[in-house]
Write a protein of this length. Structure first.
Length: 359
């Protein structure tokens, strides 16, 4: 293809008109993120280029569906290439069908996952700090023969594996809220904590996937603050009450965007930080996970069939509030900020229920 035709493709893409036959592109040609946005009363999937430009995919000639979850389900290399070229064009010349990030409302990227699966104590240092705080009796390490036996039919352990077995739980999708939206403190609950977590967005139907194949089932990555009520039930009935502890309204701030896996070469080498009112609370790296993102997806797929758009949070590192001396918990007018290198920053104010209900 000639240099002149390449330039014509860029111009025609911005204009939403088909032009010369495009060259074969191996993967996205320009980094971008994806999210859901609202402009006045209209919602759309947006392509985020750089730090501030949002391209409205409903008005671009890329055959994008109405929601990001649908886009994930319909994703293929052709779509990846189209969006990569669109992102490259948008960097050269701002499309008419785009907005500055400040002009639109950022929504949770996915609000209706079929499953939202969470990893418990998937960083050894976090497991240790929770044990010291009296929140658990052990760590993620192997401590007895029952652990060494693995989980029959679900998780087969290697003889020399020093780690404990993966532990997953579910969180209700009704807990999802967006970047900039408040974390709402339930009345009468005074021990509300934070957990900044790298979160996998499942890209393909996954059932009994091996660890070596798990990477191929990941669409991308986002952030979640796994907000947690540490107060427990005073009656202690049946042990831990995971519904109370993890799934109250607004306990799953999510987003702001999803980064396609093509732009995250190694999800196990990302810096992860959490600040509360500009004070650094968590400062770690995803390389310290006990089980990798790939291992967690493989394990989860032995239990349930994961579908496109499902979410898998990979656990939080050390530095949560309940493990501090004295403990620190979220309070009204706090500002919670979770940042993961290359993925983004998720920021949420904290409000008491009465204050939030009057907004």
């Amino acid at each position: 293809m000639t240099r002149g035709c390449t330039g014509l493709i860029a111009a025609l893409t911005l204009a939403g008109v088909a032009g010369c036959t495009s060259p074969s592109v191996q993967g996205p040609s320009e980094p971008y993120k994806l999210g859901m946005f609202r402009q006045n009363t209209r919602m759309f999937v947006g392509l985020v280029v750089g730090e501030a430009l949002v391209v409205d995919l409903s008005r671009a000639d890329v055959s994008a569906p109405a929601t990001l979850k649908e886009l994930v389900a319909r994703w293929d290399q052709a779509m990846a290439d189209r969006l990569g070229r669109l992102a490259a064009d948008a960097r050269r010349q701002t499309p008419s069908f785009s907005y500055q990030l400040s002009q639109v409302t950022t929504l949770p990227p996915i609000t209706d996952p079929g499953a939202m699966v969470m990893a418990a104590r998937n960083y050894e240092e976090h497991a240790a700090e929770m044990a010291v705080a009296g929140r658990t009796s052990g760590t993620t390490a192997v401590v007895d023969e029952k652990v060494r036996a693995g989980i029959p039919g679900i998780w087969t352990r290697k003889q020399d594996d020093p780690r404990g077995n993966p532990y997953l739980f579910t969180k209700l999708k009704s807990a999802i809220t967006g970047n900039g939206d408040p974390i709402i403190l339930p009345p009468g609950r005074k021990m509300i904590d934070w957990e900044c977590e790298l979160t996998v967005v499942v890209g393909k139907t996954a059932r009994r996937v091996g660890v070596d194949q798990a990477k191929d089932y990941i669409f991308g990555y986002t952030l979640m603050n796994d907000v947690s009520d540490r107060e427990d039930r005073p009656d202690g009935r049946y042990g831990s009450d995971w519904l109370l502890g993890k799934s109250q309204d607004s306990f799953a701030p999510l987003g702001p965007f999803v980064v396609p896996a093509a732009f995250v070469p190694d999800p196990q080498s990302l810096a992860i930080k959490f600040t509360l009112n500009n004070q650094l609370m968590q400062d770690s790296t995803t390389k310290l996970m006990t089980h990798s993102a790939y291992e967690l997806l493989a394990y989860a797929s032995q239990l349930v069939t994961l579908l496109p758009g499902d979410l898998l949070a990979t656990g939080t590192p050390a530095g949560v509030g309940t493990a501090r001396v004295p403990p620190i918990y979220l309070k009204a007018e706090d500002r919670s900020v979770c940042t993961i290198e290359g993925i983004g920053t998720l920021s949420n104010p904290v409000e008491a229920l009465g204050a939030a209900s009057t907004q």
